[in-house]
Design a protein around this ligand. Structure first.
Ligand SMILES: Cc1ncc(COP(=O)(O)O)c(C=O)c1O
Length: 389
């Protein structure tokens, strides 16, 4: 048999970051000490209180059974209360909230719940990869809207949606990889477009809690009318440094949340209940922890930004996320993959090439701030020593 797999899988390209990952692996096998700022996998531990609660809850045999796929009430209630405290948004835990296995799973199943094959879904270019692949898994067609800055994104989107009927728009602010931020007016504008032209809006709010200088990123759900057609994906991965726990939520419009809850009820029985219980503790008791985590990222960010600026890289100004998005100086005529390989070979530093996030990411590299300050300083010293051609 020639072709024995679904065309979705057959047609997916090789993951672009694999080239860098392979080179990183080989360098490490040669005994080289690579500072890995490539993959956004947080190194800061989850809070001890959450770990203790997991231990305690996992000892209770009643928690060893199947849980509920939409998440236990206590957990859904915790996120509703958090939205009220942080954003003054009222969510009914029975109607506007479903627990997801992280934001990625939530988005993928949400696309299956909202889209028919052939529907059109708009995403920014560049984008975090699942924003492209989740619609494709649902066999929707993806329309990429250039995200060079947030203002031109709005006009590109306006122009495109006047001509084409789209089913949904996926955005994600604060944005990975560009670190762009938006204000409530931005959300109000896309909501106006969506209500006039009839499409869903999904905001992947993965970096909701990683911000500095008190510049709290707004929630899409704070905008007027948002509950009519908007869904937000909230995650404990970055804000509470709980990447491996796989805890997130879809919150927002009741019909969409109902559809996602239904599809999930066929697929899973929810996250291990002790994880849900411990996650509720994080949301109920640890409002301060994301600030601590953010200040660690900020210190690391400052070190990277200072070095890059001294080397003539243009760095995107941002007061959120755990990334630095930098334009490769024009004088270095090289594409982002070759440049990233070059940094690995000459500076023992792994970064993500911008092209991995879309065509509009070409010419950029992304630093994920997931090593400690000393290691980041070491990488920056190596960068400064490099002969720039
Ligand atoms: C924009 C964005 N969405 C989602 C994720 C993954 O989130 P989760 O762990 O909740 O699936 C990431 C992780 O890097 C991300 O950058």
């Amino acid at each position: 048999m020639d072709r024995n797999l679904s065309s979705i899988i057959d047609d997916f390209p090789e993951y672009l970051f694999n080239t860098i990952n392979k080179a990183k692996h080989e360098a490490r096998q040669q005994g080289r000490d690579i500072v890995d700022l490539g993959y956004g996998n947080p190194d800061i531990p989850s809070h001890p209180l959450v770990v203790e609660k997991l231990n305690e809850a996992s000892r209770l045999t009643k928690n060893h059974r199947y849980s509920v796929s939409r998440g236990i009430f206590g957990l859904r209630n915790s996120i509703s209360e958090k939205y009220f405290r942080s954003y003054n948004v009222t969510l009914n835990p029975e109607k506007n909230v479903v627990n997801t296995i992280g934001s990625k799973e939530g988005l993928t199943h949400l696309m299956l719940a909202l889209c028919d094959p052939g529907d059109k879904v708009a995403i920014p270019d560049p984008s975090y990869p699942i924003h492209l692949y989740a619609p494709l898994i649902a066999r929707a067609d993806v329309i990429k809207v250039p995200l060079v800055d947030t203002e031109s994104f709005l006009s590109n989107l306006d122009h495109m949606t006047k001509k084409k009927k789209i089913k949904a728009l996926v955005v994600s602010f604060p944005h990975n990889p560009t670190t762009f931020e938006v204000n409530l007016d931005f959300y109000q504008s896309i909501i106006e477009m969506s209500q006039e032209r009839g499409f869903w809006i999904i905001n992947d709010f993965a970096y909701s809690d990683i911000f500095f200088e008190n510049k709290v990123p707004p929630s899409l759900l704070q905008a007027d009318g948002s509950l009519d057609n908007c869904i937000e994906l909230y995650s404990l991965t970055k804000g509470y440094s709980m990447a491996g726990w796989r805890v997130g939520f879809a919150v927002g419009n009741e019909v969409a949340i109902g559809a996602l809850t239904k599809i999930k009820s066929y697929i899973d029985y929810g996250t291990f209940q002790p994880i849900q219980i411990a996650s509720a503790v994080a949301l109920n008791k640890l409002d301060e922890y994301p600030f601590e985590i953010s200040s660690i990222y900020k210190e690391r960010r400052d070190i990277v930004v200072e070095t890059l600026s001294s080397l003539d890289f243009k760095v995107t100004n941002s007061s959120s996320t755990m990334f630095v998005w930098a334009k490769i100086p024009e004088s270095i005529k090289i594409n982002s993959i070759d440049f990233s390989i070059n940094l690995l070979e000459e500076c023992d530093l792994a970064v993500a090439p911008g092209i991995g996030f879309g065509d509009y990411g070409e010419g950029y590299i992304r630093f994920a701030l997931v090593e400690n300050k000393d290691r980041i300083r070491q990488a920056m010293r190596n960068l400064k020593k490099k002969k720039w051609k």
